[in-house]
Ligand binder design. Structure first.
Ligand code: ASP
Length: 321
């Protein structure tokens, strides 16, 4: 009898312990673009706060190349144990599926964890360009079609999709210069090696504020609280130029539900913290509504975005790098 009790007690302790053990070591977030860029920055802001909730640190691994498709592949192939997660956005987790022949399925091989903040894009140029308004910039680009360069984070990245969208609205031709992220692209824009970027607002914000580059318009119907001096596309004379780059976290298929729930809870807590919200808002990032923050909601959103964007991206004929 005593033996039986001991057995039951140790079994209970073991199951209790198993439930308590995740996470018992650091968690890797695979970020598909260069360090110092907008994806990296958001992943780090989230990870810093999630560490406080889960008691384990988040290690950001920047896996660059092919607009994030290498990074997502790495995440898909890692052990589905909750210790490797995939950070990405509309480009890496949606558009890439219509551009690259991926060795994985964006929906079937990933488990949604949480939808993360989004931001509009901003049209920015090097200071040396003569244009001061969006109309003047478009006129300059038109007059310099054969040499005007636009930096991107690769074919299918946010900055590239936004550039293609701008082309389709204006009939412009742009020469794209792919980088491993918009952090190095921005460095070259400040240095004057490239002419423009249609960048995530969060990436360009600091350089806009310090006068290192010039901003012309944001791809939203309302101005950014963080930079109210930048006109909307409507105000600047390009109605309909709207694009919101949303972000998210996924885990490899088969990751235990409990781990996903804990990651989700930690991300939700981060986005509810006023100090985190302030940092995000200063970068022009907006937290999704609470009901959008469940794994199920990301699953539904992800599928809907694939259905919406694949025909558009395929029609645009974007070629892989
Ligand atoms: N999010 C990318 C980065 O972090 C840029 C992009 O998608 O355009 O560099």
């Amino acid at each position: 009898m005593r033996l039986l009790f001991a057995l039951i007690a140790s079994l209970a302790a073991a199951t209790g312990a198993a439930a308590q053990t995740y996470p018992n070591k650091s968690i890797t977030i695979i970020v598909p673009f260069a360090a110092g860029g907008p994806s990296d920055a958001l992943a780090r802001i989230m990870g810093e706060h999630m560490k406080g909730t889960l008691g384990q640190s988040f290690v950001v691994e920047n896996v660059t190349g092919a607009a994030g498709s290498i990074a997502v592949g790495r995440a898909v192939r890692s052990a589905p144990d909750g210790y490797t997660i995939s950070f990405g956005h509309l480009g890496t987790h949606v558009a890439n599926g219509a551009i690259y022949t991926l060795p994985y399925d964006l929906l079937a091989d990933l488990e949604p964890v949480v939808l993360l903040p989004s931001n509009p894009m901003v049209v920015v140029s090097k200071n040396a360009l003569p244009a001061k308004t969006l109309k003047e910039l478009l006129a300059w680009l038109k007059a310099n079609q054969d040499k005007a360069t636009a930096g991107t984070a690769g074919a299918g990245s946010g900055s590239h999709l936004a550039g293609v969208y701008l082309q389709s609205l204006t009939g412009l031709k742009l020469q794209y210069v792919p980088y491993r992220g918009t952090a190095p692209a921005l460095t070259d824009l400040v240095g004057g090696q490239i002419d423009i970027i249609v960048d995530q607002a969060s990436n360009s914000m600091q350089q806009i504020r310090s006068g290192g580059i010039r901003a012309y318009a944001i791809t939203d119907t309302k101005r950014l609280k963080a930079a109210p001096e930048i006109p909307t596309a409507e105000e600047a004379g390009l109605p309909g130029f709207h694009m919101t780059l949303w972000n998210g976290l996924w885990a490899p298929k088969g990751t235990p539900k409990d781990a996903i729930a804990r990651l989700n809870t930690a991300a939700v807590a981060a986005m509810a913290d006023p100090a985190v919200q302030k940092r995000l808002n200063d970068l022009g990032l907006e937290v999704p509504a609470r009901e959008q923050q469940t794994p199920q909601a990301l699953g539904v959103w992800h599928k809907a975005e694939i259905d919406k964007w694949w025909p558009i991206v395929k029609k645009a004929g974007i070629k892989p790098e």
